[in-house]
Structures are given as C-alpha cells and as structure tokens.
Design a protein. Structure first.
Ligand code: ATP
Ligand code: MG
Length: 422
C-alpha cells in the first residue's frame, strides 16, 4: 500500500458529526440577517491579486505574507480570497449595485490565509460577511452591531462582549500618525522587531501588538480618540448614544485599530473570553473610502466579518448539539410487509418535518436495532407483524431508559414533537 495523501496543513475536513452545529449557526445567522433586510450575494473564491493590494493595503500582514498568490496559465497574478469585503465591493461596482443605491448584502464561505495554524486560526477558514452600502449615518453602524448582538442571543451565547473605537478620517489619522511616530521614536529601545518594521510602514498597527512586553508603552501612547476631527467625534458620540438607548453594553478601546487599512471612523470587535488567544469572533467597521479607492463613485459603506470556526467552537463549548444532523427517528422494519408500510409512513412523517432514517438492509431485530443505535437517532419506531395488523408502531427511546410505548401511526408526529420539543 502506498502512503496515504494528507490534507494541506491548516485546512480542515468538517466531518458529519460537526456539520450539524455549522448548519445551525448558518441558519440562525441567515434568519437574523434576513430580519434586517440583508440579501445574500455569492462571490468568486479567486480574484486578481491587485484587488487585494489596492484595498487591504500593500503593507498589511495579509498582503505582505498571508495570501495564496499564483500565476494562472495566462501569467496573470491571482489570489485566493483572504477576506470578502474587497470582492464584494468589486462585484458591487462591476454590476452597478452601488451608485446611488442602498444595498444590504451578506455572504458566507471559505477564506484563505497562510498563517501559522493554531487553535482558532487556520489556513482555510470560513466567514459570514455583511456589507452595507450607501448609508453614512451612525444609525447604520448601530444596526450592524445590534444585528450581531441579536445573533449571539439567538444562539444562546452570553459571554461575547463588544469593543468599540473610532479611527476618524484618513486626514485626521495622518495627523495622529505623526504624533504617534514621534512618541514611538522616543521608545525605540523598547520596540520589538515587528514593531520596528511597522514604525516605518504602518505605525498604527503597533497599537494592536499582542506582545505583553509592549503593553505599558502602548498604554501611554497618545490616543487617536483625543485627536478625532469634529464630524468623526460627533458620529462616534451618536453611535454610542444609540447603543446606550438600546441597552447594549460596550467598552471603548482606543487601541482597537484592526488589521486592514481601509477602515474609517467606527471599528468594533466582538470578543469572547472562552477562545484562548484568538478571542475575536467577529470584527468590522466603516470603510467610507474603499469603493472610490477601487474605482467606484464615492459610497459610504460599513460591514463586519464573523469567524465561523470560532463561533462554532463557542457553540460546541456550550454543549449546543442540535442533533448534529442526525435523524430524530430510525425505522426498524421486520419483514417485507412492514418494510412497505414503513417506507410510506416515513414519507408521511417527513411531510410533517420529522427527520427519519429507514432501515434499508433488513435482517433480524437485533441487527436492525444495532444500526438504529449507530445512526444516532433519538428514537426507534419498530414495526413487525403485530404492529402492522394493529396500525401501530412501538416507539423506543435509544438514548434514555424511557419505557417503550405503542403509538397509533397517525399520532406519531404529535408524540415525537412532544418528546423532542420541536
Ligand atoms: P486576527 O487578529 O485574529 O488575526 P483579523 O483582524 O486578521 O483577526 P479579520 O480579517 O477582521 O481578522 O477577520 C474577521 C474574523 O475572521 C476574525 O475576527 C476571526 O474571527 C476570523 N478569522 C480571521 N482570520 C482567521 C483565521 N486564520 N482562522 C480562523 N478565523 C479567522
Ligand atoms: Mg489576522
């Protein structure tokens, strides 16, 4: 036997046992997004490399060292998408969705970054991304944030907290950048290698450093919030009061800068204490300049991206297991007449929304019960000659000591719904 081929490092198979939780999260997210009028858009996995260089920024971690970039057979440089916003904006401009219009869009799918794989950080990972175009007011920023909060509630996640900051406009950021560089130049001896490199290229990112040795120095750095232009300060104030009115708690974190260059004004992160070092489950903000930067007409925009692996990890920790895609019921059918009856009854139950797996192998009661157990179903419905002539099934719990009971065929949906609270 030759050696088996293995998956690419950092790229995971999602096996059937875990897919149920993913589907549950995806369904809940789609419902919440729909409730706010967001519509799904589906976008290519590959884009021209230049799209990411122009949007994310040449000196960001993503473009500098994380992209899967290659030349295709025509010698054109393409990249697997490391995030969804750039592609969404590109599609919006190209298809005439943005100019003088309001668009509320979302997408879901795989993203690719060549990072060091570790808990919560993979090379192929999945995001649900949300982008809203044509709305400059802080009401839209508040909507995006409240939508996130609603999703956590719907999923029963209580430990996810909101961090908020404003980056102002590019102009006021440029002024602040000078102040920051002056301060950091004075601290040169305390900077690590990464920060020294960023001091030239992207000094604001130093504020985002996770190196514990730098934290004191970062704490004492001048704060961008103290240097906002008047309009950005008013925008931020209004957003805060909208969130206060909605009773949503948040923490203003003046060090929150985000990894991508294109943000303006509001930035936010949803953070959980239960994810170890990779604590941010969802991140976003406003990017009013990006559409124009990518060749469209000036269009205000804001959005966020939710990391599905991190979200699913939180759900798994909570023990939410929405039956993991397993059937509610397994039909054990003894003898040919019972098999015929069972197939039709299963069809009727599925019409009622009950998930059913029918034994299609046959054989003894014992062997069918063994398969019923392995299927992961909650209950088995047994039909043999006696049940057949009485128009009943024998309903047996596969997961608890509950007594077996006889249920008339036409009451099976109702009884199962009661038992499974669905
Ligand atoms: P981080 O600081 O964790 O590297 P980021 O700022 O690079 O995050 P974004 O580009 O804002 O992340 O992506 C939004 C979300 O997507 C993150 O908050 C996270 O939940 C998720 N995410 C980003 N990179 C990865 C990855 N390599 N593996 C798994 N999830 C990821
Ligand atoms: Mg990153």
């Amino acid at each position: 036997m030759s050696r088996a081929i293995q998956a690419v490092r950092g790229m995971n198979d999602l096996l059937p046992d875990s897919v149920g939780l993913w589907q549950h999260a995806e369904r809940c997210a789609a419902e919440v997004l729909q409730a706010y009028g967001y519509r799904e858009i589906r976008l290519p996995l590959l884009e021209k490399t230049d799209l990411y260089v122009r949007s994310i920024g040449q000196v960001t971690d993503i473009v500098e060292k994380e992209m899967y970039t290659f030349e295709d057979r025509n010698g054109e440089s393409l990249s697997l998408r490391p995030e969804g916003t750039a592609g969404c904006v590109r599609a919006g401009i190209e298809n005439g969705l943005l100019h003088n219009q309001i668009q509320r869009l979302w997408y879901a799918g795989a993203m690719f970054r060549h990072e060091r794989p570790q808990r919560g950080r993979y090379r192929q990972f999945h995001q649900i991304g949300v982008e809203a175009f044509g709305m400059p007011a802080p009401e839209l920023d508040a909507e995006l944030i409240l939508m996130g909060a609603r999703l956590w509630r719907k999923l029963g996640l209580h430990g996810v907290s909101l961090q908020l900051n404003s980056l102002g406009t590019p102009a006021c950021r440029a002024d602040y950048r000078k102040l920051l560089v002056d301060y950091l130049e004075g601290q040169r001896a305390a900077l690590d290698e990464d920060s020294l490199r960023r001091l030239e290229s992207n000094p604001l990112r130093i504020l985002d450093s996770k190196n514990p040795a730098l934290q004191g120095m970062i704490e004492r750095a001048p704060s961008l919030l103290d240097h906002l232009d008047a309009e950005s300060a008013a925008h931020f104030g209004r957003l805060r009061s909208l969130l206060d009115d909605a009773g949503l708690a948040y923490k203003v974190n003046p060090r929150l800068v985000r990894g991508l260059d294109y943000y303006t004004r509001t930035v936010f992160e949803w953070v959980s204490g239960d994810l170890g070092a990779q604590a941010t489950v969802c991140a976003g903000g406003r990017y009013d300049g990006l559409v124009e930067q990518l060749g469209g007409r000036p269009t205000p925009a804001a959005g966020f991206a939710l990391g599905m692996e991190r979200l699913v990890e939180l759900l798994a920790q909570r023990g939410s297991q929405p039956h993991g895609g397993r059937p509610w019921l397994y039909m054990v059918l003894i003898g040919e007449p019972a098999q015929r009856r069972g197939v039709l009854l299963a069809e009727r139950l599925r019409d009622d929304g009950i998930t059913v797996e029918c034994d299609a192998v046959g054989g003894s009661l014992k062997s069918q019960m063994r398969r019923a157990d392995r299927s992961g179903a909650a209950y088995a419905a047994l039909i043999g000659d006696a049940e057949l002539s009485a128009g009943l099934v024998s309903l047996k719990s596969l997961r608890s000591e509950e007594a077996q009971e006889q249920v008339p065929d036409d009451r099976l949906t109702q009884v199962l719904r009661q038992k499974l609270a669905c």
